[in-house]
Write a protein that binds this ligand. Sequence first.
Ligand SMILES: Nc1ncc2ncn(CCCCCNC(=O)c3cc(-c4ccc(F)cc4)cc(O)c3O)c2n1
Ligand SMILES: [Mg+2]
Length: 215
Amino acid sequence: TRKSRPQRLLKAVEGKATLGDPQSVITAIDHFCRHKEWAMNVGDEKGSILDSLVIELSPVNVLELGTYCGYSTVRIARLLPPGARFITLEFNPDYAAVARQVIGWAGLEDKVQLVEGASGDWIPRLREHFGVQMFDLVFLDHWKDQYLPDTKQLEECGLIQKGTVLLADNVICPGTPDYLKYVRNSPHYDSRYYRSHLEYTKVEDGLEKSVFLGF
Ligand SMILES: Nc1ncc2ncn(CCCCCNC(=O)c3cc(-c4ccc(F)cc4)cc(O)c3O)c2n1
Ligand SMILES: [Mg+2]
């Protein structure tokens, strides 16, 4: 059977990137998505905003919801301080298989724990399974209608505490209206929109950064 798009994306990485060099993996994926086949990575424009926020925050405990091919996983992991821990959840086993290889090609496999499964099932188990107390940064990039229920579940499980930063992709396109309303109207979050474009296109999209102020 014909290879899937993630598998073709991986081939582009293997053909162009340098083993152990995260930047070359990022460049190879962006080139493939811009010139060969569009894919739903956060991309280079929003990726630069993501980079600057990770550098500024220097998070120790990071959670990513929705790994896909591991593009944002590599972007984040390459900037983390030594000793940081990064858990990324992926629902789709085919995406997860590709992401493991992309992360491996970047030489970042020791910094990332890729967990296969649905966020809703895993969030209540993160503390006892991984011994993580709270997250400094949560990057939301999975099903758009899951952003809000998962945020509420993270709050209830005490995995979001004062100072935790939620960074949400696609708040305009495809859009996450209920999540946006919640974080922008809640007195417990200080929210800010970083205007950008849908990856590899001229369509408007952006990232919403929401800092939890504590209950
Ligand atoms: N619960 C749970 N737990 C864990 C999980 N892991 C994966 N999933 C399922 C997530 C499936 C992929 C999510 N991402 C997107 O849908 C997405 C789409 C577009 C887009 C597409 C077409 C257009 F025309 C315009 C924009 C652009 C983006 O940047 C996107 O991120 C999970 N679910
Ligand atoms: Mg996205």
